[in-house]
Design a protein around this ligand. Sequence first.
Ligand SMILES: Cc1cc2nc3c(=O)[nH]c(=O)nc-3n(C[C@H](O)[C@H](O)[C@H](O)COP(=O)(O)O)c2cc1C
Length: 163
Amino acid sequence: MTDDTIKEVLKRIPYGFYAITSRSGDDVNAMVANWVMQTSFSPRQVALGLEKVSYTYGLIEKGGVFAINIFLKDGADALKPFMKGRSKNPDKMKDIQYSEGPETGSPILESAAAYLECRVVRIVDTGGDHDTVIGGVVAAGVSSPGEVGDTLSLPDLGWSYAG
Ligand SMILES: Cc1cc2nc3c(=O)[nH]c(=O)nc-3n(C[C@H](O)[C@H](O)[C@H](O)COP(=O)(O)O)c2cc1C
């Protein structure tokens, strides 16, 4: 099997498309991400594949909390401000409307349809370019009711972050 076949098959795994928000003290951030999944029922846990060099990594490491902001299929425009990293766009949170998550203080984006607040259980250094952040889900909220089929996904946009 060639590398290209591995890439081709990895790209066939479907993903949602989310904004991961984080906080350490007064510093807040949001980034787009798709490598998100539930990994335990009891306790409820999720995993996030997180780029080591991202600004978010430092905030999650220091602050120990994050939130997964989930969007409806027509909500992709709301993610545009978070496409670029903080180093290229230092003011990316400047005009963003958000509230503080009641359990963790993580930013909850006003544009999000639903959110999960998480406390870091462990950050696993996998030796790769992304580490795996395991989060315990401590709270959730819904501002726009919907089913899984209403959730914005990466295939909806014809994009891929895999391979
Ligand atoms: C479609 C798409 C999906 C992405 N998915 C992830 C992801 O799952 N995990 C990750 O660490 N970065 C992902 N990224 C890259 C981050 O969004 C990018 O590194 C961002 O600049 C980090 O922002 P920050 O430095 O402000 O934290 C994705 C980017 C795009 C465009």
